[in-house]
Design a protein around this ligand. Structure first.
Ligand code: UDP
Length: 311
């Protein structure tokens, strides 16, 4: 039985990945320091013989006894609100944490996949974003702590690949949503649904003309799964290219929830990217992957989840 270490296992993406690898017959070692993750996300896995959990901060030395075949590094604060609150931890987990895990991967002869992000493109001047675009990032702006940690993470991962011959994979994740997102993580989807459910107006930042492209979590997990088992060490975008403005998105949430609340406009945060849409030609070609879940379907499932959480 192959054994996979998933960092950030109690988080939104880490917990869905843990589910998938358990389902595929792997032994999963979950690791999380629980600063943004929650044991609730993995409580159903805890009784399983094939699931182990370590409460540990991967920015400190990581020790795991026994063999490990794959490492998926998904530990990191990932919403603008979170990384503004904990900027130093965000920098450390992407840099020191990644270094520790690369060392572990070498010592175990494991393949390592890192969770990178569309934030490496910053406020992009190329649209849609292709993997060969180098990005437009402000290193000292509020998002710099996340963006630069992720850019360093890609750099050190590629260095371990070229210098040490380590098997590595890099996924650039675009906006993803689904059950187990935190209602209070400040991201636009939980913010809007939470506001609608709690009888508050929906806060659109800026004039709402900025765009995002939202991918349902099951589609993302499928893309990551395929990438891990591909032989492609270069970065691959995984996301849903169905792009909309935040204004349109607010309208969709108002319709979906049937709320009588309105949209209110508040200040746009500094360095908020104006447009974002993945070019997924590479994922299509190399992995035979494209998203299957429409926003209408995905939003319905996610709305039901948030309703349950709030009741
Ligand atoms: N946004 C918004 N209202 C909110 C939260 C976010 O209008 O209550 C906007 C935000 O300014 C950004 C987009 O929605 O343009 C997506 O924000 P999010 O924090 O979800 O992720 P990002 O893609 O910016 O990392």
């Amino acid at each position: 039985m192959k054994r996979v270490l998933i960092t950030g296992a109690a988080g939104f993406l880490g917990s869905h990945l843990s589910d998938r690898f358990i389902k595929e017959g792997y032994r999963v070692v979950g690791m999380d320091n629980l600063i943004t993750g929650s044991m609730k996300n993995i409580e159903h896995l805890m009784p399983l013989e094939n699931f182990e959990f370590y409460h540990h901060d991967v920015s400190r030395y990581v020790h795991v006894a026994g063999d490990i075949d794959y490492i998926l590094h998904f530990a990191s604060p990932a919403s603008p609100i979170d990384y503004l609150k904990i900027p130093i931890q965000t920098l450390k987990v992407g840099s020191l944490g990644t270094h520790n895990l690369l060392g572990l991967a070498r010592s175990k002869n494991a393949r390592m996949l890192i969770a990178s992000t569309s934030e490496v493109y910053g406020d992009p001047l190329v649209h849609p974003q292709t993997e060969d675009y180098w990005g437009n990032v402000n290193p000292i702006g509020p998002r710099g702590v996340y963006d630069e940690a992720k850019r360093f993470q890609e750099a050190i991962t590629m260095a371990y690949h070229t210098f040490h011959g380590l098997e590595t994979r890099i996924v650039r994740i675009f906006n993803t949503y689904g059950p187990r997102m935190r209602l209070d993580d400040g991201r636009v989807l939980p913010a809007f649904i939470g506001q609608a459910l709690q009888g508050k107006d929906l806060t659109v930042f800026g004039d709402g003309s900025q765009t995002r492209s939202f991918c349902y979590v099951d589609d993302l997990v499928e893309g990551i799964y395929r990438l891990l088992f591909s032989n492609h060490a270069q970065p691959v975008n995984i996301g849903n290219p169905d792009e909309i403005t935040i204004n349109q998105f607010a309208e969709e949430i108002i319709k979906l929830t049937g709320t009588s609340q309105k949209v209110i406009y508040v200040d746009l945060p500094k360095d908020d990217p104006k447009q974002r849409q993945p070019d997924i030609s590479k994922a299509k070609e190399i992995l035979g992957w494209e998203p299957k879940v429409s926003r209408a379907e995905g939003l319905k499932i996610t709305y039901e989840y948030f309703k349950k959480v709030l009741s």
